[in-house]
Design a protein around this ligand. Structure first.
Ligand code: FAD
Length: 373
């Protein structure tokens, strides 16, 4: 069979890899380069951690995804995953249940009390009196290297046809076809729309109306003492209001800093530059999180976009036709789950029943065929 995939982000590329590995042919189109530096997936890193409080099924899926990344790393022959663990600061009453659930789901975890945290990570100031859970089946995914490695794998594959700089303008769900801005129509046995934050322009109006667009600012820093940060895990729930997070400078990447408070709802995807106001907001937030933090550590800033369903704040997988699907990914966790998402999407495209993942929206897509939701 032959499939058309719209998008060149992590969801599209990994789904293409899965389809081709199963013996099918793929035509993949992106409005820009493949990979495209403006895509949500395109960043130095993304965090993978298993802990989803009160949700063992999704936690188990995240442990599964951790192993899939290790397998992919072998297949792509590229270092794409730094397994440095992950640290989540949690309220006291949630520490022990989180530790137990992680262990039951196949991860390894241990609680670090305030003294442990101060001794292990003196480069970070934790909220007074707070403890954290450290999990080991977690770490940093080297996002831009993953996209480049997948694109490279596909480029050399006889059954993959990559078309950068070709924008899709319409999806024909009955005919399983994609019309491009240059007038050509690509017909296939199935279509996947994985257009990230741009998805709304290609979706039926009712679905597009359910998706909210967010823009988030990030800071990139060169730390003076790389060795001190080398074994640092990504850290979540830092700062006064618990919304700040950092990704360590592993594998030659910069230290990355952001916070939930630097995320805001916007109307459309425009540029990726960070307005001074949001840069200063993050600099201010991290002056109390990292002792000795200096503004001259800052080497770059970037804004990134993501969509979320207004009802769930999660991603939207919709069946638009018999073999036509749209996956509008969300912020937070779609990158780490991408190997599971891609396997599930490839199964649906090829007419097979996907193996349940434990992730609700993936196992039970919205049915939106012929306008019936
Ligand atoms: C600040 C931030 C931090 C995040 N952190 C994490 C994290 O730590 N862990 C995690 O798991 N997830 C994280 N995420 C979420 C994750 O990065 C995204 O969900 C995921 O990368 C989205 O991938 P995608 O392939 O769906 O979309 P994208 O990567 O945006 O790719 C979409 C592609 O489609 C192309 N396209 C769009 N429209 C068209 C068209 N009409 N025709 C042709 N091509 C088109 C675009 O050019 C683009 O290349 C984060 C997100 C943000 C914003």
């Amino acid at each position: 069979m032959r499939f058309v995939i719209v998008g060149g982000g992590v969801i599209a590329l990994l789904t293409a890899v899965n389809c081709i590995s199963a013996g099918h042919a793929v035509v993949l189109v992106d409005q820009a380069g493949i990979p495209f530096s403006g895509a949500t997936s395109f960043d130095r890193h993304r965090v993978t951690r298993a802990l989803h409080l009160n949700d063992p099924a999704v936690t188990r899926a995240a442990v599964d995804a951790h192993y899939r990344w290790i397998v992919l790393q072998d297949m792509l022959s590229t270092r794409i995953y730094e397994q440095v663990g992950a640290l989540s600061v949690l309220p006291r009453e949630k520490l022990s249940p989180a530790e137990t659930m992680l262990a039951e789901c196949g991860s390894q975890a241990r609680v670090l009390d305030p003294d442990d945290l101060a001794a292990a990570f003196p480069q970070v100031e934790f909220p007074a009196g707070e403890s954290a859970v450290f999990e080991s089946h977690a770490g940093v995914l080297l996002a831009d290297r993953i996209l480049a490695a997948c694109a490279g794998w596909l480029r050399w594959h006889a059954h993959a046809d990559l078309h950068p700089h070709r924008r899709a303008v319409e999806i024909d769900v009955d005919g399983a076809a994609v019309r491009l801005a240059d007038g050509e129509t690509l017909r296939a046995d199935g279509v996947l729309l994985a257009a990230g934050p741009w998805s709304r322009s290609l979706l039926p109006a009712e679905l597009a109306a359910e998706l909210v667009l967010y823009r988030q600012s990030m800071l990139y820093c060169e730390v003076p003492d790389r060795a001190a940060w080398a074994e640092t895990p990504p850290m979540l729930s830092l700062g006064k209001d618990g919304g700040a997070w950092l990704v360590p400078p592993v594998a030659g990447t910069p230290l990355k800093l952001s916070a939930a408070s630097a995320c805001r709802q916007v109307d459309e995807v425009t540029d990726n530059s960070t307005p001074a106001r949001w840069r200063d907001h993050l600099l201010d937030a991290f002056s109390t999180v990292i002792p000795g933090f200096r503004t001259d550590w800052l080497t770059d800033t970037r804004d990134c976009y993501y969509l979320a369903r207004s009802s769930t704040q999660g991603p939207m997988l919709a069946a638009l036709g018999e073999r036509v699907f749209s996956y509008a990914a969300c912020g937070g966790s779609s990158f780490k789950f991408a190997p599971l998402i891609a396997e599930s999407l490839a199964a649906r495209l090829t007419g097979n029943v996907p193996t349940p993942t434990g992730i609700g929206h993936l196992d039970r897509p919205m049915q939106f065929m012929r306008g019936v939701s």
